[in-house]
Design a protein around this ligand. Structure first.
Ligand code: B16
Ligand code: MG
Length: 223
């Protein structure tokens, strides 16, 4: 099937629009240390795009402590991590929008193409507000209403549905392996940002390389 047009571009938030992925890491690192577990940036790649409770499970497994806590204790730990994270979010200003993103959003908007957000973060609205980007998106999928986190396609399909766009004619942009898998499972064209990604249709190392012309060129040359 030849792709003749683009109906929507759906963005991940953490790690694509802004580097809150690093704040998530710092908050988890702090929480993990409180229970004697050490995590590093390489391990953190596995937490990107993964829900809060699923991230905690992976950390506990990493520290071989998966059977040491009750559900109530785990919920308390997840809440604590979120408090650490929200403290970091207070530092967030519009200057934290990653390089190239404002230009990319403007270029897509100029062509009248719908723009969506597919973040599984329950803090997404707070982050967009701090970045002064609330009006940049035509539709934001609500993480609170999503039952399966990435790599399940649910959040990308929800975003396309909210935009009235056909996933087969839409593009997703992600920095996480789980996110790339979610985009592909939804039938969209996957643009990956970062070094550790597999399976993206087109990949760049950093957001500054996310030019709209090259993304379109890649999209239209892939059948
Ligand atoms: P919260 P994304 C994801 O956001 C993050 O990548 C992931 O690390 C985080 O655990 C998840 O949101 C949940 O976030 O604890 O704020 O609800 O990449 O889908 O924009
Ligand atoms: Mg991300």
């Amino acid at each position: 099937m030849e792709k003749k047009h683009i109906e929507a571009v759906v963005f991940d938030l953490d790690g694509v629009i802004t580097d809150t992925a690093h704040y998530h890491f710092l908050a988890w690192k702090q929480l993990a240390e409180e229970v004697g577990i050490t995590i590093d940036e390489v391990f953190n790649e596995r937490l990107k795009g993964i829900s809060r409770m699923d991230s905690l499970e992976l950390i506990l497994i990493e520290g071989n402590r998966q059977n040491d806590f009750t559900l109530a204790e785990k919920e308390e730990m997840a809440t604590k991590k979120n408090l650490h994270y929200c403290e970091f979010l207070k530092e967030l200003t519009p200057e934290a929008v990653l390089p190239g993103i404002l230009e990319l959003l403007a270029a897509i908007k100029a062509e009248g193409i719908s723009i969506g957000l597919a973040s599984v973060s329950k803090n997404a609205a707070t982050v967009l507000k701090a970045l002064q980007l609330e009006s940049a998106f035509d539709y934001c999928a609500d993480a609170a209403k999503i039952s399966k986190s990435k790599p399940d396609p649910e959040i990308f399909l929800t975003a396309c549905n909210g935009l009235g766009a056909n996933p087969a004619y839409s593009i997703g942009i992600e920095d996480a392996q789980a996110g790339i898998e979610a985009i592909k499972a939804s039938g969209m064209f996957a643009v990956g940002v970062g070094n550790y990604l597999e399976g993206a249709d087109y990949k760049v190392e950093a957001t500054s390389q996310l030019g709209w012309e090259i993304i379109k060129e890649q999209y239209f040359t892939r059948l």
